[in-house]
Every structure is written in structure tokens, then in C-alpha cells.
Design a protein around this ligand. Structure first.
Ligand SMILES: CNc1nc2cc3nc(NC)[nH]c3cc2c(=O)[nH]1
Ligand SMILES: [Zn+2]
Length: 378
């Protein structure tokens, strides 16, 4: 990995269109063009896709989950193998989340304290402990280009007092993460994570505290946790514009094509979501004409490509009838072709957003897709 320490972490905004930003972020494994969609590779692989598939689809950066990689294959093994890039033969940027979200999603098999969070492995029930220092050490061993701090993602519906206390803990943990891993050590960037639930004053308090810490970027946490779309959009539009302008803004775990376009319109630069690969496996495919449920009998004899506008191998090579057959027959090829298509769709959407911002027509692109994905008028 060769990078110039002088430019590492540099985020440059090259165009704006309303609050939407077109930019680029320098990482140790390459420059990332934003707005960007990041395919999720939970256990070191974007399910059913190989690095050359991801390259063909236009992926610039993928996500890994600290919780999963720590439990299996183990961050110590990854360190011995030269880090996740070499182990998985992915030589472009990797972002790792800190494991906070996974651990807090484990519900009753975890115990929270000032020092960190104790949890039991979902594999074998063995007991583990994540402190801010531990998750930074794990991400250091993984060798990700962008690391996330350990935070508490409060559950949807948490009350004001709990949320207020929690954000203070998240800030104290953020400071400890920063202290545990000096700025740009090992060529790695570090993002803080804004919390504060659905209370605007708490969100602003969290942001003010984090802005005093030397982070390369800031994420919006605690959204896409079961709230309604209007609630998510309301908080998104409130907090995104208040985040530092000259560093990347990352909305964690979001989202559908329309959520991503909404986030970009609010000034967010980076997105990740399991939807494209997860929905591929249940036959829900995103196309330029809207969602296609490939299981439907109407496609049984349909010779047309899934999406005539899509450049992916699945759309260039096979008919809807064949893709439907693979799905119904539970052929493994169905996972691969559907995932390849959906990932291509999300990455194409991000590329179209970048081009639209450059040309000052982002609002038109967003309106177009709002028509394409409008809920079916019953
Ligand atoms: C790593 N920390 C962290 N990850 C997250 C991942 C998420 N993924 C979703 N919806 C799928 N919401 C999220 C929130 C957080 C969050 O608040 N913190
Ligand atoms: Zn396709």
C-alpha cells in the first residue's frame, strides 16, 4: 500500500447542487469519489460476489463488520495474513464499522458499562468484551482504511434521559478511540459517530462534542433503527447540514434508492446498506423501471432482460424467465446473478448522482427515481 501521508484523509468538494456535494476522499488504498454507495461485506465477502464482480460493478469501497471478523476468522489471524485487503484479495478501500451496532443488536446477551460492552458470541455463546481500545486494536489488525469509533446506537423509542446519558458515554468512548489510535497511524482514517436518538437538541450536543475531536469524517448513527421514513428524513435534514462541511458525512445503514437520494439531497456523502445483496437473495430486484419481484409467474416466459438499461453481466446475458427459473429452482447461480445486478444498480445510482450534481440537475434525478419507485398505486 503506497500513499502520500500529506494528502491522506483529504476530502475535496468539487461541486455542489443545493445541499448535495460532489467530492473525493483520499484513503491509503485509493481515492473514493462521493457520493458513494458501499457494498456490505460482513464477513470479508460481499455475499455471492467476488472482487472481480465488484470491480465490474464499479465498487470503489466495501464494508467489513468488526464484530463478525473478530469472532471469525479472528483479527489476530487477519493480522498474520497481512490484513483483510490481502486475505480477501480486495486492493481498494475498506471501511469497518466498530461492532457497536452488531453488539447492541444482540439484545439481552450483552452488558454495558463505562469501560465498554460485554457480549456473548452468536456462534458459541462464548463471552467477549469490546472496549474503545479493543475495537481500535481489532480494526488496526484488520487494516481497514476507514475505522469507526465504538458507540452506543440507542434503540428506537429510547427516552430523553437515557439518550442524553448514552450520548455522553459515546463521546467519552470516541475520545478514547482517538487516543488509542493516533491520527493516521497505519494509514487509517477514523470517523466519529453522531448519536442523540430523535431529540434534535441531543443530536446537536453530540455533534458539538464530537466536532472537538480530531476525526477524518463524521457518521450519523442511530437512524434506520425502525423509525418511520418521515422521522428518519426529518432528523437527517436537521443534523446533516450542521455537520462539519469539509469532512465526509456518512449515514450508517441507509438505505433504499430513495433514502440514498434523500440523504444526498441533505448533504450526506457516504452510504452503506445490506438491501441490494439481501433482497437479491429473496428475489427483489431494483431496476431502472422500478422493483421487480423475479419470483412472479408473469416472468415465466419473459424473454426480455431484467433491465434493458443495466450494463451488468446478468442483464446482458440472461432473460427474466431464466432468472426466475434459477430462483424457483433455488440454484446458487440465482444468488450470484441477482446480487451482481442489485449491486450494479446501487453503484450506478451513486454514479448518476455524482454526474447530476456536477451538472446541476440532482433535483431532477431525485424526482425521476421518486416516480420510478413510487409505491404502487393500488
Ligand atoms: C458502528 N456503529 C454504528 N453502526 C450503525 C449501523 C447501522 N445500521 C443501521 N441500519 C441498518 N442503523 C445503524 C446505526 C449504527 C450506529 O448508530 N452505530
Ligand atoms: Zn443488471
Amino acid at each position: 500500500m503506497t500513499y502520500d501521508p500529506a494528502t491522506l484523509g483529504q476530502f475535496t468538494i468539487t461541486a455542489t447542487d443545493g445541499a448535495a456535494r460532489r467530492g473525493s476522499l483520499v484513503t491509503a488504498h485509493g481515492v473514493v469519489q462521493t457520493p458513494i454507495f458501499m457494498p456490505v461485506g460482513t464477513q470479508g465477502s460481499v455475499k455471492a460476489l467476488a472482487p472481480d464482480d465488484l470491480d465490474a460493478a464499479g465498487a470503489q469501497i466495501i464494508l467489513g463488520n468488526t464484530y463478525h471478523l473478530y469472532l471469525r476468522p479472528g483479527d489476530d489471524l487477519l493480522a498474520r495474513k497481512g490484513g483483510l485487503h490481502r486475505f480477501a484479495s480486495w486492493n481498494k478501500p475498506i471501511l469497518t464499522d466498530s461492532g457497536g451496532f452488531q453488539v447492541f443488536s444482540l439484545k439481552d446477551i450483552r452488558k454495558l458499562s463505562e469501560d465498554g460492552v460485554e457480549f456473548r458470541s452468536h456462534h458459541d455463546g462464548s463471552k467477549h468484551f469490546f472496549s474503545p481500545e479493543k475495537v481500535m486494536s481489532i480494526q488496526n489488525n484488520i487494516g481497514s482504511d476507514i475505522m469507526m469509533v465504538l458507540d452506543e446506537c440507542v434503540a428506537y423509542g429510547a427516552d430523553y434521559d437515557y439518550t442524553a446519558k448514552s450520548l455522553e458515554l459515546t463521546t467519552r468512548w470516541a475520545r478514547r478511540c482517538r487516543q488509542a489510535h493516533p491520527r493516521h497511524k497505519n494509514g487509517q482514517l477514523l470517523f466519529g459517530i453522531n448519536q442523540g436518538g430523535f431529540f434534535k437538541d441531543l443530536r446537536e450536543r453530540s455533534l458539538a462534542q464530537l466536532a472537538e475531536i480530531d476525526f477524518d469524517g463524521f457518521a450519523i448513527g442511530g437512524l434506520s433503527v425502525g423509525e418511520s421514513i418521515p422521522e428518519m428524513y426529518d432528523m437527517l435534514h436537521h443534523i446533516a447540514p450542521l455537520m462539519p462541511r469539509d469532512t465526509p458525512r456518512y449515514l450508517m445503514g441507509v438505505g433504499t434508492p430513495l433514502d440514498i437520494l434523500e440523504g444526498i439531497s441533505a448533504g450526506v456523502d457516504m452510504f452503506d446498506c445490506v438491501l441490494p445483496t439481501r433482497n437479491a437473495r429473496n428475489g427483489t430486484l431494483y431496476t431502472s423501471q422500478g422493483k421487480v419481484n423475479i419470483r412472479r409467474a408473469e416472468y415465466r416466459e419473459d424473454d426480455s432482460p431484467l433491465d434493458p438499461l443495466c450494463p451488468c453481466y446478468a442483464c446482458r446475458t440472461f432473460s427474466k424467465a431464466y432468472l426466475r427459473h434459477l430462483y424457483v429452482a433455488q440454484e446458487l447461480l440465482s444468488y450470484r446473478l441477482n446480487s451482481l445486478h442489485n449491486i450494479t444498480f446501487f453503484l450506478t445510482l451513486a454514479r448518476q448522482a455524482r454526474e447530476a450534481i456536477e451538472q446541476g440537475r440532482f433535483a431532477a434525478l431525485k424526482a425521476h427515481y421518486q416516480d420510478v419507485f413510487a409505491p404502487a398505486k393500488d
